[in-house]
Design a protein around this ligand. Structure first.
Ligand code: GTB
Length: 217
């Protein structure tokens, strides 16, 4: 059964691979599962057909047979549970890898999203700089702890896992910022993940959506 995922028909990130279908594509590539993509516009995401699949009218979604999912973390976990390659066989190590997925999404990503929201929505506010400083301090604190835990290891906990995949997906949102650059081991970790053939295939596929849309425009 070939799953179908949804992605932006015209991603606002212009193919930088920051939209969350990238994590799902990457997971599918890591396990060698072919997939179809249904491209949706912002308007289509808010239509009843898409809302039946995604209550918040967003991408990505995942459909395969009677399984219909939303939330990139849940989709990556499902893929990792269906195929070998992204979760260790050992039960304790498997639980730790899943814990890293949750840590990435519920402990590390929130302040990063707050920073983006501040930049997009609050730039004109008189308290913007003060609020941004607070948010960035929260990110710094998380990254310091993460950098300390990773140390010189190649991956978070033994072999590359869904925990690394989701965490790198989150850290990539800080690409180009001094926050990430302050930690050479985290920079190297992200670069190592991005050099994986599965990442490269997923990145090229999502970039092609953008370039194709704009070549024919
Ligand atoms: N928690 C959900 C998940 O992990 O799947 C969040 C899903 C989500 O935020 N989806 C966004 C979306 O559909 C796309 S990824 N937005 C449309 C809407 O809400 O109407 C977020 C995103 C969007 C754009 C960029 N960018 O341009 O850099 C980066 C990330």
């Amino acid at each position: 059964m070939i799953p179908t995922i949804t992605a932006f028909a015209d991603s606002p990130d212009q193919g930088a691979g920051q939209a969350r279908d990238m994590r799902v594509r990457w997971a599918l590539e890591e396990v060698g599962q072919p997939y179809d993509v249904r491209l949706v516009s912002f308007a289509e995401m808010k239509q009843p057909e898409h809302l039946a699949l995604h209550p918040f009218g967003q991408i990505p979604t995942y459909e395969a047979g009677d399984v219909g999912l939303f939330e990139s973390g849940s989709i990556v976990l499902h893929i990792a549970q269906q195929h070998p390659g992204l979760l260790p066989e050992d039960k304790a190590a498997r639980a730790r890898a899943i814990t890293w997925m949750f840590a990435a999404l519920s402990t590390i990503e929130p302040p990063i999203l707050d920073r983006e929201a501040a930049e997009y929505l609050e730039g004109d506010m008189p308290w913007y700089a003060e609020h941004l400083a607070v948010v960035e301090e929260r990110i710094r604190s998380r990254l310091e702890a993460l950098a300390s835990r990773l140390g010189d290891s190649e991956w978070l906990d033994g072999a590359f896992s869904a925990g690394d995949l989701v965490l790198v997906g989150v850290l990539r949102r800080l690409k180009g910022s001094e926050l990430l650059a302050a930690h050479p081991n985290l920079l190297a970790y992200v670069a190592r993940a991005e050099a994986r053939p599965a990442f490269r295939r997923a990145f090229s596929a999502q970039l092609a959506v953008f370039t194709d849309a704009h070549a024919s425009a």
